[in-house]
Write a protein that binds this ligand. Sequence first.
Ligand code: AMP
Length: 424
Amino acid sequence: MGSDSFQPIQGMSDIAAPDIYAWQRLEGIARDLLRRYAFTEVRTPVLERAAVFERSLGVATDVVQKEMYRFQDRGGRDLVLRPEGTAGVIRHLCGRAQEAHDARVYYLGPMFRSERPQAGRRRQFHQLGVEAIGAPRPAADAEIMALQVDLLRAWGLEGFQLQCNTRGAPGDHERVATELRARLTAQHDALCPDCRRRLQANPLRILDCKQETCRELVDALPPVTEWMDPAARTYLDEVVAILERLEIPVVRNPQLVRGLDYYVHTVWEITHPGLGAQDALSGGGRYTLTFGKQTMAGVGFAMGLERVLAALQSQGQQAADWAEAPQVWLVAQGQAAFDENLVLMQSLRMRGVACAMDLQGRSLKAQMRMANRSGCPYVVVRGDTEMEQGTFQLKHMADGTQRAVEMPELINTLCHPLAAAEQE
Ligand code: AMP
């Protein structure tokens, strides 16, 4: 096997130290914040029936048409590696009809899209998403938008922008599509090949095409809200007014549509200038989804965690800054000290102190090198003299000081390092 065999397939990554420290930090902050907003986690399978996505995202959407990893299993079932989180979560909630009607859930995990890998576009990426089930109410939409901004701030992100728009009520969708077709059919030849296809199947998507020629045509169109019932505009006005009261900055963008068919009323996106061409950190909106006889209305968002990390990195945050070294490294000279350090290590761990030592019988010098490299704030050295006297050399790595201590002081310093530092 060549060295390529050790690489994951293109567009997917192993996540290990030091990057994993940044992931764990993001996840820890997010779980804490979501608890404060009264959300509970749901974990749905990564593999779903294809119909789960076709029915909910819309058969004409890019995700369903081009981006799903889809295959048949041995039983002939048509399966898909989930390309997004909402459809699976709503499938789950529809099966628990009564208790689901005011559910507040979040998910965090890998999503899969069969795209050509490029900066910011991966085949396996991770999303944190929330879904708040309930009928359309501007306050419900605003709460979720505020949660999302709160979360980005808690992670330390700055300079992002929240943009919003409305997709209108379900009754508005056909009128908007008809108006768009009427205006853009005359320009058919100037549209990019994707948008020519979208013109019949999903004309709204032309509004957020990134191709220059399509952009020029779109810029000349009136805002889509002109073709909607005035109630759609009133709804969005209320969402924006609530966000202003909550001091959440928001910008209206009449061309924002979002890619999936299930949206109604509010849609939004958060972008960050540190991300380059794929500058969307996150998208969200209000939706109505039907599975079998159950229909669920809700509002939610999905945030791409790789992009959040890239945005944090563009601000100078490094994954290695979040590494958590053990509190103490134990070093032994001789077999007797090694044997006693093993027991000490176990008892420290039981007291909640993170510690480590060499188990490969390395020399004193090599053990000290490991201790230095580990980044532990304390190193404990035990040699013949210490064994005879029943003491330990306790080295404080920040200032290089070292002194002989007995067991009670050792335990006290390692278990309560802050209190011990104050006493010194
Ligand atoms: P979407 O479900 O397409 O609205 O995506 C929601 C968020 O997930 C986006 O704003 C991105 O941050 C992230 N995302 C979507 N597709 C990818 C991808 N292929 N690679 C990395 N992140 C992605």
